[in-house]
Design a protein around this ligand. Structure first.
Ligand SMILES: Cc1cc2nc3c(=O)[nH]c(=O)nc-3n(C[C@H](O)[C@H](O)[C@H](O)COP(=O)(O)O)c2cc1C
Length: 167
């Protein structure tokens, strides 16, 4: 059936669904770090522990991360807006400049961990399934960590960054 809306309307309506924000990081075949801002990250299964996200088919970062065996989801706090846009846009110095000036470390499986992340979810890639103009990446959780400091979580709502904090 033909849709009675265009892509702009689709985006505009779906922007009413608030999402958490993660930067999915990984390394390519040469070991170089890569990262992409993702709002479609989701918990999938408890036993076995599975999570997933949907990178677009045009994503350069995902094509690099897919060369490795895993990825790490870095959950952003509401004061990490700079990181949110840094990993959603192409920096002046090119894609490799996304990690410039960041004191990132490595997760137990060797994936980049961003400083100040609220939590990290370190995964191996279980499967990649086509989903329209995106893919569904299913990850098997290998390691988990949370930040000692309780911070406000980043929430993306109607195209803008806001925050969520339990009372
Ligand atoms: C809050 C937020 C959420 C996003 N969520 C997704 C997502 O779930 N999937 C996706 O493919 N791109 C998403 N994007 C867009 C990518 O971050 C952006 O297109 C990025 O530059 C990907 O391109 P690259 O992989 O070529 O760097 C999101 C951007 C923002 C700001």
């Amino acid at each position: 059936m033909e849709a009675n809306f265009d892509s702009a309307r689709f985006r505009q309506v779906l922007s009413h669904l608030p999402t958490g924000v993660v930067v999915v990081t990984g390394v390519d075949a040469t070991g170089a770090p890569s990262g992409i801002t993702i709002g479609s990250f989701v918990s999938v299964s408890l036993n076995p522990p599975l999570v997933g996200f949907f990178p677009g088919n045009a994503s350069r970062s995902w094509s690099h991360i897919a060369e490795g065996k895993g990825f790490c989801a870095n959950v952003l706090t509401s004061d990490q807006e700079e990181l949110c846009w840094r990993f959603a846009r192409e920096p002046e110095g090119g894609m490799s400049a996304r990690f410039d000036g960041l004191e990132w470390t490595k997760s137990p499986t060797g994936m980049p961990v961003l400083p100040g992340a609220l939590a990290t979810i370190d995964c191996s890639i279980e499967s990649v399934t086509p989903a329209g103009d995106h893919s569904f990446v299913l990850g098997r959780v290998q390691h988990l960590s949370t930040n000692e400091t309780i911070s406000e979580a980043m929430v993306f709502y109607r195209g803008k960054v806001t925050g969520a904090m339990p009372a």
